[in-house]
Design a protein around this ligand. Structure first.
Ligand SMILES: Nc1ncnc2c1ncn2[C@@H]1O[C@H](COP(=O)(O)OP(=O)(O)OP(=O)(O)O)[C@@H](O)[C@H]1O
Length: 242
């Protein structure tokens, strides 16, 4: 699904947090939204998911304006927020069923789709376990499975690897990339960690509310005269390079 954001500006009170941010996401591609802490990534996610009301500019999902046809546009989105949003005392399957019911899926559909997603994440055997008994990496997988239950065509993930160890971070990142390829999903993955971004990704670099770079990693490096994205990120934001 295509996403077009035009001229987005946002302020909390009199504090500007996003400044005239414009970008387009290509259907079926993995996009990394890279920015240091406080860059405005979560605020941008808030606008994309309508948790925050647009103040200036517009967002079009598959050509539909969030200002004019919000409900229709929102149905195509799956979201994984930075904070855990699972009920720890419910089982994995109950969490999925609850979410599916919110999206109007029948019990049978919910069960079928839930099990399909869990199988894809190698978690089917944990379906009847309380989420509390899962490790952090598995909980995040359940959150992604849940976000995919209603067959969205855009998956938004806001720093989904926070709190995970290096191996789990890499596994989750690889998994979402595989999904992107196999399902034709459009993905926007927000992170402040350069190691989660690849040179051939579409990359958006956000710093202090401004989009400083937007394009495929190679072209961004070429434009900056650097050889790696880590160097580019460091030279643009002063962060991220070791
Ligand atoms: N509700 C709020 N009220 C006032 N300021 C806020 C609010 N939420 C965020 N901010 C400020 O807006 C700026 C952008 O925050 P945001 O959370 O969007 O950035 P981020 O890139 O997601 O960073 P992080 O990775 O730390 O969450 C920060 O300076 C933050 O302190």
């Amino acid at each position: 699904m295509t996403v077009e954001a035009g001229n987005l500006s946002f302020r909390y009170g009199d504090k500007p947090v996003l400044r005239e941010v414009s970008f387009a996401l290509t259907s079926g591609r993995f996009h990394a939204l890279l920015g240091p802490n406080g860059a405005g990534k979560s605020t941008l996610f808030g606008l994309l998911t309508r948790l925050l009301a647009l103040q200036q500019g517009d967002i079009r999902l598959a050509g539909q304006s969030l200002r004019k046809q919000p409900a229709e546009a929102m149905r195509k989105i799956g979201v994984v927020f930075q904070q855990n949003a699972l009920d720890l005392d419910l089982t994995v399957r109950q969490n999925l069923q609850y979410h599916a019911a919110l999206h109007g899926l029948s019990r049978r559909e919910a069960r079928e789709r839930g099990d399909r997603e869990l199988a894809r994440f190698s978690l089917l055997e944990r379906a009847n376990d309380a989420v509390r008994t899962l490790n952090g990496g598995h909980r995040r997988r359940v959150e992604i499975a849940r976000a995919l239950l209603h067959n969205p065509s855009l998956l938004l993930l806001d720093e989904p690897t926070v709190g995970l160890d290096v191996a789990s971070r890499k596994a989750l990142n690889d998994h979402v990339r595989t999904l992107c390829k196999s399902e034709g999903l459009t993905v926007l993955w927000a992170t402040h960690l350069i190691e989660e971004v690849r040179q051939d990704d579409r990359v958006l670099i956000l710093h202090q509310g401004q989009l400083l770079a937007n394009g495929d990693g190679h072209s961004i490096c070429e434009a900056e005269g650097t050889s790696t994205l880590a160097e580019t990120f460091h030279s643009l934001t002063g962060a991220g390079a070791s």
